[in-house]
Structure formats: C-alpha cells, structure tokens
Design a binder for this molecule. Structure first.
Ligand SMILES: [Zn+2]
Length: 149
C-alpha cells in the first residue's frame, strides 16, 4: 500500500474494522516516512460466474460439481486427489480470468476433457462418453477413433 502523500510503501495499519455485512474493511494507516495518516477501504470482490446449461438455465458456478464429475470419471483409476484438485483450480482460474461472467456447460466440459486427456486415458474416455452423449454421437466416434489410431 503506497502512501498517498509521499508514495512511500512503508505504511502500517493502525486500525482495521469490517463493515457490518463484512463486505468492506476499513483500515486506518500511517506512513512511516512522512507520518501522515490515511484511510483505505478494501472490498472483497464477489465471484459471480454463471454456468449456462444446455437447456438455457443459469446456474451458479460450483467447483465442487466439476470436481465430482472428474472424480467419477477417475473411479478406480490411479488419479491423485491433488491432480484432480489442480485441474479444477486451473479451470476455475481460467474461467475467472475471462471477461464474461457466463460460461456454457459445454465449454467447461471441453476444458475438463483437454486436461483429463493428459491425466488418464480411461478417465478421459469415460468423461467423453458421458459428456458427448448429450453433444453428438459423431464427435464421440471421432474422438474414439483418434484414440485407437
Ligand atoms: Zn508518506
């Protein structure tokens, strides 16, 4: 945090207070260089990412659901919890870094597929069969063919 008077970064927090709803934190700071005091307000940005389902419904993004879907595909396979967690983290970061606050469930499925392919072939094919069943059969056949050849 830079001092607004002298731009020094040596400032310290004298007092912190959360707003009633906890959304804003007010901090009283003092600059160690020029001695002036100033107030900052920190607001937690609410993650508002909606998933557009195939039938057009909107659903709040839920990383637990993504993780559950991947885990299901990984059943009885040698996938580690950390590996699955890392995939979910990566997908979530990627989605949150986009400008849009909406993502289609199809796009999420494709993101999962790309990563599962690198992790475990069987889990990948399982996920593909579940995911693409609702997409189109031809695409699935194409993928299976690519795997075999
Ligand atoms: Zn200062």
């Amino acid at each position: 945090m830079l001092c607004p008077y002298c731009a020094s970064n040596q400032t310290s927090v004298l007092e912190s207070r959360d707003s009633e709803d906890g959304a804003v934190t007010r901090r009283r700071r003092e600059c160690a260089k020029c001695g002036k005091r100033f107030t900052t307000y920190e607001r937690v940005e609410v993650v508002d990412l909606k998933v557009v389902k195939k039938d057009g419904r909107l659903e709040q993004f839920d990383r637990k659901k993504i993780k559950a879907g991947i885990w299901k595909a990984c059943e009885k396979r040698d996938c580690q919890e950390e590996e699955v967690e890392a995939i979910v983290d990566e997908i979530e970061m990627r989605l949150l870094n986009r400008k849009s606050t909406q993502v289609s469930s199809t796009d999420i499925g494709k993101l999962i597929l790309t990563r599962l392919k690198k992790l475990d072939q069987v889990a990948y094919l399982r996920f593909a069969s579940v995911f693409l069943e609702f997409e189109n059969v031809e695409e699935f056949k194409k993928i299976i063919k690519e795997e075999i050849n």
